[in-house]
Structure formats: structure tokens, C-alpha cells
Design a protein. Structure first.
Length: 380
């Protein structure tokens, strides 16, 4: 039984500037399984911080009772660099200001990092293969020499995540129902998580094209399995991005309930002992292909007037919103209709009604693949 609080110092890019990165290790150090949780990688998405704040207390209590059957590593605020980006009394936090990099894009390709050597290490034992692949990744990580603050921050995080069996990255959307992004190989585990979360959708794809944090861990295993079909290579890490509603959904009671449901999910997965703290949840919708989710964007700047609510079922061609024109000949008189390009559920809308060309209007979770989505499946 142990709870350890760890503080790492990120050396600032500018003189005299350091940042603290704090996280917790909870549970038996010799546990066979490891769970990695983090929140606010997009630092402007804070419901996850409050969820992990509550989950921490539940985990520490469970640890004191000897109930933890896995080791938990919790970064309640994984991006202190982004949390510090305050200007003109407004907080930013989605992009690293010095490089312009989206905090949840362009994470390293671990498969490429170990590809050259891995073939010689694989055996006919799945368990050995998991161990050996993780050793290779650990070795690769130990050779990295992060320079700038963003690289240091990422390096600290990866060193804790690389050997986890579950990697859960807590985010939120703009104005949204809860949902999950994951890979097809983890659908079964994530269906269980979806039920406990009460998710309105689980969106799957092999690779979104954005190298997001959760994909680093899952695609390593799926690509290895594809590359070495004659070797037993399990999906050793189940990772996902969990979208806990919208940016303004940071509320103590709501997020405490979310934490309790996460805890119950870990119980259901056999990672925490004791009697289930909650009754079994109702079934939530089955996973759908991310390429079947339409992301409606604005054709020009304007003011959004929505005609649909979150969770509403729409048909292809239904009106989603009208965009009130703010310039040109018909300024303030013309309303430009924006229609659904597919049938499905309205999963998210934009919190901000003043939008510019190419801004996000809504996500509609459909079932038919949309060729228009192309190869880059994420929002920037
Ligand atoms: Zn996010």
C-alpha cells in the first residue's frame, strides 16, 4: 500500500522560468497491471481535472483498504505549460504558444521508434512479447534527450505511460454529450467504459492522422500485430480519449459522479476489488466508425443560431443551424442555412456563437462512412 506524490521540474525555455508537473502513483508497486490516467492535456478542457481530483480520493481510500489490484498513475493536470498560458485575462491552452503545436497532436510514433529491432526480439509467448516490446520502448525513451519545455513535459509523461495496460486521456469538447475516441481493437473494453460513462457515442478509427496521445499507445500494438502475423501479439494497451461533455461542464457534483463511474468501471474490469459501488449501468450505443461522424463547418464568418439540441436525431438534409451574415450586401439580414450531411445524433455544438470561416458547427454521429472526411479525421 502506497501513495506517492511526484513533482517534476520542467526547465523553462526562457531564463528564470520553471514549471512544476505533479502526479501520483497509487497502489501496489508489484501489481501486474497498470492504469495511466491524465487530464487537461488540452489545458482549456478542465472537467477531467475535477474528475481526477475526486478519483484520487477514491483510489487512496481503496488503497488504504488493500483493494487495488493494479497500480494507478494519475496526472490530474498533465499540461502545466498550457495552464500557464494566460493573456488579456483569457486562458488559452490548446496549443503550445512557443511552437504552435497542438498539445494533443504529433506525439512520437513508437512503432517507428522500435521497428528496426523488434523482429529479433519477438517470441512465441504473448506475455514475453509484451514485456520485450515494452523494454524496447523504455530503452528508446531513455535515449531521448528532450530540449525545450514542451519536449521535457512530454518526456516525463511518456516515461510513466509506456508500460500501462490502460491509458485514459480525459478531455472535453466545446458543448457536447460524453463520448469516447478509441481504436477498433479496444472496442469491447471501451463499450464497457462507455456504459459506465453514459457515453452518447464511441468513435473508432485505426489512425486519425493526427498522432494524438491515446493513439501512440494503441497503434503500437495493432501495427505490431499486423506486421508480425505469425507471432502472438495482444492489444496490450487499451487507450482512449474520453470526452467529458463540454468546456463549461466543470461542476463538483457532476464530476464527482463521473469519478464514481470511472471507479466502478475499474471494478468491473477487475482492477479494484470490493463490491461494485454502483448498480450496473444501462447499455449505451455501440461503437461507430469515426469516418461516419460528420463535422459540419462554417462556410464563412457569422453568428450561429442553432435549430437542434444535443442528442437530437436528425436526417440527412435537416437544418442544423443558421448563420447570420455579418458583412456584405445582406449583412445582418441574411441567414445562411447549414444542413446535416448525414443521418445521426447531434453529439456536439460550438459553445461560441461568433464563428469564422471553417469553424466547427456540430458533430453528427452517423453510421454511413463519409468519403468527404478524408484521411485526417480530427478537429484541429
Ligand atoms: Zn481535447
Amino acid at each position: 500500500m502506497a501513495v506517492t506524490k511526484i513533482v517534476k521540474i520542467i526547465e523553462g525555455d526562457a531564463p528564470g522560468k520553471c514549471t512544476e508537473l505533479t502526479y501520483f502513483q497509487i497502489g501496489p508497486a508489484d501489481a501486474k497491471r497498470k492504469i495511466f490516467l491524465q487530464a487537461a492535456l488540452h489545458a482549456d478542457e478542465q472537467p477531467g481535472i475535477l474528475i481526477l481530483h475526486h478519483l484520487l480520493e477514491y483510489l487512496i481510500d481503496a488503497d488504504s483498504k488493500g483493494l487495488l489490484k493494479a497500480r494507478f498513475v494519475v496526472f490530474p493536470m498533465v499540461n502545466p505549460l498550457g495552464m500557464g498560458d494566460i493573456g488579456f485575462l483569457q486562458h488559452q491552452g490548446r496549443y503550445d504558444r512557443s511552437s504552435g503545436v497542438n498539445f494533443n497532436r504529433q506525439w512520437p510514433d513508437l512503432y517507428a521508434a522500435i521497428e528496426e529491432h523488434v523482429g529479433a526480439y519477438l517470441t512465441d509467448s504473448a506475455e514475453d512479447n509484451v514485456k520485450r516490446v515494452r523494454e524496447l520502448v523504455q530503452h528508446w525513451l531513455s535515449e531521448q534527450q528532450p530540449v525545450n519545455a514542451l519536449q521535457q513535459q512530454r518526456h516525463y509523461v511518456m516515461q510513466e505511460a509506456f508500460d500501462a495496460d490502460y491509458v485514459l486521456d480525459l478531455h472535453c469538447d466545446s458543448d457536447s454529450l460524453p463520448h469516447i475516441f478509441t481504436v477498433p481493437q479496444s472496442t469491447e473494453v471501451m463499450q464497457n467504459l462507455s456504459d459506465w460513462m453514459g457515453a452518447a457515442a464511441t468513435l473508432v478509427c485505426e489512425a486519425s492522422g493526427g498522432s494524438s496521445f491515446d493513439e501512440v499507445w494503441s497503434t503500437l500494438w495493432s501495427r505490431l500485430a499486423k506486421q508480425f502475423p505469425n507471432k502472438p501479439i495482444p492489444q496490450a494497451t487499451h487507450s482512449a480519449t474520453l470526452e467529458y461533455r463540454g468546456q463549461f461542464d466543470t461542476f463538483d457534483e457532476l464530476n464527482k459522479t463521473d469519478a464514481r463511474h470511472l471507479y466502478a468501471f475499474f471494478q468491473a474490469q477487475g482492477l479494484i476489488g470490493g463490491e461494485l459501488i454502483l448498480p450496473l449501468p444501462p447499455k449505451t450505443p455501440s461503437a461507430t466508425d469515426l469516418a461516419a461522424t460528420e463535422m459540419i463547418k462554417t462556410p464563412q464568418a457569422g453568428l450561429l443560431a442553432y435549430t437542434v439540441e444535443l442528442g437530437q436525431q436528425v436526417k440527412k438534409g435537416d437544418l442544423i443551424a443558421e448563420l447570420i451574415s455579418l458583412d456584405g450586401e445582406e449583412a445582418f439580414r441574411k441567414r445562411i442555412p447549414l444542413y446535416a450531411g448525414t443521418a445521426g445524433v447531434v453529439l456536439s455544438r460550438n459553445t461560441f456563437k461568433y464563428v469564422w470561416r471553417g469553424a466547427s458547427v456540430a458533430k453528427i454521429v452517423g453510421k454511413e462512412l463519409l468519403p468527404s472526411r478524408g484521411k485526417y479525421l480530427l478537429q484541429d
